[in-house]
Design a binder for this molecule. Structure first.
Ligand code: AMP
Ligand code: MG
Length: 338
């Protein structure tokens, strides 16, 4: 183990410990097989995916899953998504694949789509928060797939952030939240999508989108015409327990605006959106995004940068609530809710 504590030269200066300090370190890994060895030994390892970085543990190992919830400070009623490397692993995770789910898998896997299906017995209660269903995803990312293939068993993986913080889209963000609390982080490029997967409940007659993501409602409907967005009934139980929890928020207050050009200059504020304010240099930090996709990719790292700079407010421009914009607006509304 001592040998594996070796750090990369690129990250060693920022992460040097004060003399005499003996805090456990998190190893920065480049080899998916090495990350897989740690996970197979019951450890927690973060890994890149196309959505955000995930924090992986063996799905069938209840003790490892317990450690995962503790490392994140995640409420135990918030179920985890199980990640697989190929369709052959499905029977270990789910009991049954309804026709609509099979059609969605064929169209969008590998990809940023999680399907909620009846849970197989091999998946412990801790993974699903005691639910009889399980969320399962086959990611579209070469490093994630190499890692999952090397583990050769389903891997439960929520986003690799401390609970309540914005999801990490860069390996450095994982360390900022979890250094010393997890065995390793598998180093990769920044996440291409930047928002968590679309979650679709496929157990009923018509699939229901529980969480919008990069696979849009419009795309899902080209495959299964009846797919509908989730509309919570007053007093009804939430179908996706995790959606009750506060998410995605920086410490700064998030304020949604229609047009950044109309926001008065403020050195204690950041701003992100499609347009630039009139005097960007008079803000603490400004990010202008060429597209909704670029905005989605940048938003969580921007939240973290604003917190690191000690800014008090983050102005976020609204985008049209369609396509990927619906997923981005979902995250922005949650971040703005206090
Ligand atoms: P995270 O991995 O942090 O993006 O969170 C995963 C989210 O997926 C949870 O917060 C839930 O909203 C959703 N999810 C996972 N498993 C289930 C399930 N069995 N039923 C409903 N929603 C689920
Ligand atoms: Mg999360």
């Amino acid at each position: 183990m001592a040998k594996s504590r070796r750090r990369l030269s690129t990250s060693s200066s920022r992460r040097r410990l004060p003399a005499g300090a003996a805090a456990p370190r998190t190893v920065v890994l480049r080899a998916p097989t090495r990350a897989a060895d740690l996970v197979r030994a019951g450890q927690l390892v973060a890994f890149p995916t196309e959505t955000v970085y995930g924090l992986g543990a063996l799905a069938q190992d209840a003790a490892a899953i317990g450690r995962l919830f503790r490392a994140k400070g995640r409420p135990s009623d918030n179920p985890l998504i199980v990640h697989i490397a190929d369709r052959e692993q499905l029977p270990t995770v789910v009991r049954r694949v309804p026709a609509a789910a099979a059609a969605l898998m064929a169209a969008f896997w590998p990809g940023p789509l999680t399907l909620v299906l009846p849970r197989a017995r091999a998946i412990p209660d801790a993974v699903t928060a005691g639910l009889d269903s399980v969320g399962v995803r086959l990611p579209n990312h070469p490093v994630a797939l190499a890692f999952l293939r090397a583990v050769a068993a389903p891997v439960a993986a929520p986003s690799a952030n401390r609970s309540g913080r914005p999801s990490p889209t860069r390996w450095q963000d994982v360390l900022a939240d979890l250094d010393g609390r997890i065995a390793g982080v598998l180093r990769g490029a920044p996440s291409q999508v930047g928002l968590e997967s679309t979650v679709v409940d496929c157990r009923g007659r018509t699939p229901v989108v529980l969480r919008p993501g990069a696979i849009t409602l419009e795309q899902l409907r080209t495959v299964v015409a009846g797919v509908r967005p989730y509309a919570p009934r007053a007093g009804g139980a939430a179908r996706s327990p995790g959606l009750r929890h506060r998410h995605y928020a920086p410490n700064a207050q998030v304020v949604l605006v229609d047009d950044l050009r109309r926001v008065p200059a403020d050195a204690t504020a950041g701003g992100i959106g499609r347009r630039a304010p009139v005097a960007p240099e008079q803000f603490g930090r400004i990010r202008t995004c060429r597209s909704v996709a670029a905005y989605a990719r940048a938003v969580f790292a921007f939240f973290r940068a604003c917190d690191a700079a000690g800014l008090r407010t983050v102005y976020c421009e609204r985008v049209p609530d369609v396509g990927l914009g619906a997923a981005l607006m979902d995250r922005l509304r949650r971040a703005a809710a206090r």
